[in-house]
Ligand binder design. Structure first.
Ligand code: SF4
Length: 333
């Protein structure tokens, strides 16, 4: 999905954005051959965190499972405006999600509209528990380009095993409200991507979702392998079919990430994650804030992007990715 975003964002393209993307590609190529990337002036993609609180208790989410307890915070227009003032001319896309449920921030459509006005491709991801007819209309009219809706199951019994506290009927009604709003406003966006995590509890839903996602109001269906924090010794939610899993059972009786760890990472040379408090994280897998570069309240984005912490982290991934807990459990290259 990460690369397809760039393809879709070409509708907002400018020469400057293409130049910035090409510089990221060169940086990645340097990493590929084992040389330290010089790193483009600013990232071409940013993730912001509209709300660092959630209404569900998903067991493999650091926030929902209670692994972390951040001070509650909603993204404010001033912070987003500051980010856009610094980097909007280089940005191809903004993800309006990190941890937490973005729609809990009732200003979300206004924040998205602010980015849309600067001609930046916008994405959001939601558990769709809060999309009534009015919110659906706001999400369509703000100019949002893509909305990922998590639907991990097709009935309440399969759904609530992962989406603890969630109601699948609210997901179905959200899809209906969004389709009606798009029709009423004559809009082809947001593209609705229905996303189902491949878990033991959802394997029985795959055929239903494949056969029905369009009828339900989605444009795209994504079946996504799940990441587990505690994968080594297995997990009750791991899929029963190995083709549905990121992990395979080794001869030593423990689970391992499929494939070989590659000592490079596209995200590190192209994308930045800024949490609700303005702290820049090395990447979206840094749920606990172990690998941070600094705070945008105190330092400008360009300086943080080139800071010694950022440089050292990129270097560490190139040299000993297997020793970094978040990178050891990640299949991005
Ligand atoms: S966890 Fe590490 S390798 Fe994976 S995307 Fe993040 S920085 Fe890159």
């Amino acid at each position: 999905m990460f690369f397809s975003i760039y393809v879709h964002s070409l509708r907002y393209v400018s020469l400057r954005k293409i130049w910035c993307l090409l510089r990221c590609v060169v940086d990645y190529a340097l990493m590929y051959v084992g040389l330290r990337p010089r790193v483009s002036r600013v990232p071409v993609s940013i993730s912001v965190e509209p709300a660092n609180v959630c209404n569900l208790r998903c067991p493999q989410c650091a926030l929902g499972s209670g692994m972390i307890h951040p001070r509650a915070k909603m993204l404010k227009a001033d912070m987003l405006r500051g980010i856009l003032n610094e980097v909007s001319d280089s940005l191809l896309s903004i993800n309006f999600f990190f941890q937490g449920e973005p729609l809990l921030n009732r200003d979300l459509p206004d924040l998205i509209a602010m980015a849309h006005e600067r001609k930046i491709y916008t994405l959001c991801s939601t558990n769709a528990q809060l999309v009534d007819a009015h919110y659906a209309e706001r999400l369509v009219s703000c100019g949002l380009d893509r909305l990922i809706i998590s639907m991990d199951g097709h009935n309440q019994q399969s759904y609530e095993q992962y989406r603890i506290g969630g109601d699948i009927e609210l997901v179905y009604s959200a899809l209906r409200h969004l389709a009606e709003a798009k029709h009423r406003l004559g809009s082809s966006t947001p593209v609705i991507e229905l996303q189902c995590l491949l878990l033991k509890s959802t394997e029985g839903s795959i055929d239903f979702l494949r056969n029905n996602y369009k009828r339900l109001g989605a444009d795209v269906l994504t079946l996504k392998t799940a990441q587990f924090y505690d994968y080594e010794h297995g997990n009750a939610l791991m899929p029963s079919e190995e083709k549905h899993s990121r992990y395979h059972l080794g001869t030593d009786g423990s689970y391992h990430l499929k494939g070989r760890l590659i000592h490079r990472c596209w995200r590190l040379v192209s994308a930045m994650v800024i949490d609700a408090h303005g702290v820049v994280r090395a990447c979206c897998f840094d749920k606990q804030g172990e690998y941070t570069y600094g705070n945008i309240d105190e330092t400008d984005i360009r300086t943080l992007w080139h800071s010694s912490r950022a440089v050292n982290f990129r270097q560490a991934v190139m040299q000993y990715r297997e020793n970094i807990d978040i990178c050891r459990n990640c299949d991005n290259v």
